[in-house]
Design a protein around this ligand. Sequence first.
Ligand SMILES: Nc1ncnc2c1ncn2[C@@H]1O[C@H](COP(=O)(O)OP(=O)(O)OP(=O)(O)O)[C@@H](O)[C@H]1O
Length: 549
Amino acid sequence: MEDLKPSLANTSPLTPLGFLERAATVYGDCPSVIYNTTTYTWSQTHRRCLQVASSLASLGVRRGHVVSVIAHNIPAMYELQFAVPMSGAILNNINTRLDAHTVSVILLHAESKLVIVDCLSRALVLEAVSLLPPHIRPPPLVLITDDDEPSSPAVEFSCTYQSLVMNGDPEFKWVRPKSDWDPIVLNYTSGTTSSPKGVVHCHRGIFIITVDSLIDWGVPKQPIYLWTLPIFHANGWSYPWGMAAVGGVNICLRKFDASTIYSEIKRHGVTHMCGAPVVLNMLSSSSDTEPLKNPVEILTAGAPPPAAVLFRTESLGFLVSHGYGLTETAGLVVSCAWKPQWNLLPATEKARLKARQGVGIVGFTEVNVVDEESGVSVKRDGSTLGEVVLRGGCVMLGYLKDPEGTSKCMKENGWFYTGDVGVMHPDGYLEIKDRSKDVIISGGENLSSVEVESVLYTNPAVNEAAVVARPDEYWGETPCAFVSLKTGLTQKPTEKEIIDYCRSRLPHYMVPKTVVFKEELPKTSTGKIQKFILREIAKAMGGSRLSKM
Ligand SMILES: Nc1ncnc2c1ncn2[C@@H]1O[C@H](COP(=O)(O)OP(=O)(O)OP(=O)(O)O)[C@@H](O)[C@H]1O
């Protein structure tokens, strides 16, 4: 069989962009995107993307250029996930909630050739561009206005997005990748632990994660998908391309709160949505909460979901799936694969099991937890801590212009080191215990801030909780809890009551020695609690009292 070799017929580069052409053939007359009073069909979306890609090419965008997009979850943002790479360029989505300085650092680092700007982010981008060094020629800007009519944009903008659609060629031959390994996206990480890093993924990696994510979540054909997860966050965990593969309906939203989500669910008969645990918390603790008429599948990831929040969300009729991934893996590569026999367990036990991150998804190669020193797998005992390591086809190509950062996490032994600390349970399910920078070391004992938080979340008065290290002269560090309380409480708990609550549920060394009440906890632009800020506050409070644990 040695003479049977790869040939042109079986080596065409894998890319998720072809899903759009197929959707136009199979689902041409079916709705693809709905936004306020606008509805497009899959053949319209296909045509609009080709038109935009052709206009980008006419503006001088070439294979390998970076085109940045800063927009909320509006139809243009959905289309650009296809149109930019169809022009041959590399798509760089920028988070709308960043400050002007960070946006200018990203534009400079990415060497963006063109920036497409949602009208709501206009002031932000203009300020970011003004902060670019004087010797840098600012990239041309394209404005997305809030309606579908082409109009003359302000002087700072070369044209409008609508004119790219109107003037483009619907017969444009989109630029196919020459190889599987050609870059398709450049995504910056959330900056939870350090400055954002520029993660580059190739067509092959994105193809793999897109197909795998559909299989893993069990997404059927033509789901009704509500865009609550920002598309700028790791390309909405790959579901923009996934929805084209299954001919889904994309319900776009510029902004949302709990009541908007509930009314969109009712209005459109939403079947699927994604959201970080903060969204689940918002949905389940809102005063607008109402049990759902039909179950809605909700996929959560991005931070550890406390079991109490999973329990509350499911009791409203949401069917929660839980996954784990990083910007570096382009989506969720581990998920808490559900076993039918677990349905017989009491609801709180089910929530506890579901709070575990789980096992590698079907197309992913391997997931392991290893001892940081020796690199050997930790015991499968659910308690020995180690670093989570991954390998598979959707791990990034590397960090842009950062060979040192890349080789630090993508090691020669063939593993990607995540910087997350976890345990492996005897049944082979992974559970994340912390990010390595968040582990608290008290009296020489490693303590999981996530475990303490999950207990705090079971307290009915607690809205959000985060636990960080406070320096201590005797123990080295002690757990310090930052808590925001639910609104409308008739009686607010005291620090002592919260500590006593934890004491009856946790080993003594894990009980917070300090509780700080805050109106709201600081969050990153992707909704993660910024523990480094809380750590600074705890540090500034000085050493906790010499205390016996
Ligand atoms: N299901 C989950 N449970 C616990 N943690 C999760 C889960 N999903 C994701 N995470 C956390 O999110 C991280 C990945 O987040 P992301 O790629 O958005 O950037 P970031 O790591 O927050 O930012 P930065 O790398 O810049 O500090 C993971 O490393 C992990 O710590």
